[in-house]
Design a protein around this ligand. Structure first.
Ligand SMILES: [Zn+2]
Length: 146
């Protein structure tokens, strides 16, 4: 994440907080059902337990996912899934910071728009394309891609 002055970062957290707070109870649910949570680089990361099982079996609209971002909260199937998708999910955190509470609606509209034109709601969604592209660049920079 970009380094911002404290006051600006606080405003960004507040801007996104309604969405983050709505899903924050998932951290306790994960913990109580065998998973866990921690704060990593300013984001609450949740893994495993009922939350991980739900992500693995599929969530509405997206189906089965390794991880999903909701505001400043990222839920993953496991800690390994969170590690492997961190760059991608941090792009979604930035998108939330850009759009605030409007991002879920903006994301859905973008997906619906490409789906209406025959594309995939997920794969052709411009917000997913941005996240995949930036994650791929980060992997190349780390020497993980041939
Ligand atoms: Zn994504």
């Amino acid at each position: 994440m970009r380094k911002r002055p404290f006051w600006l970062q606080l405003l960004v957290y507040l801007w996104v907080s309604p969405v983050t707070l709505l899903c924050l109870p998932l951290a306790l649910l994960a913990k109580w059902t065998g998973g866990g949570y921690a704060i990593h680089s300013g984001v609450v990361e949740i893994w495993g337990g009922w939350v991980g099982q739900r992500l693995d079996s599929g969530i509405p609209i997206l189906g089965a996912v390794n991880a999903v971002t909701v505001g400043h909260l990222v839920a993953g199937i496991s800690q390994l899934h969170l590690d492997s998708s961190r760059v991608h999910e941090r792009v979604h955190v930035e998108q939330f910071e850009r759009w605030g509470v409007l991002f879920p609606l903006v994301y859905l509209l973008a997906g619906w728009r490409v789906h209406r034109r025959g594309g995939s709601f997920y794969w052709d969604n411009p917000y997913e394309i941005e996240a995949r592209a930036r994650a791929a660049v980060a992997k190349v920079g780390q020497g993980r891609v041939c």
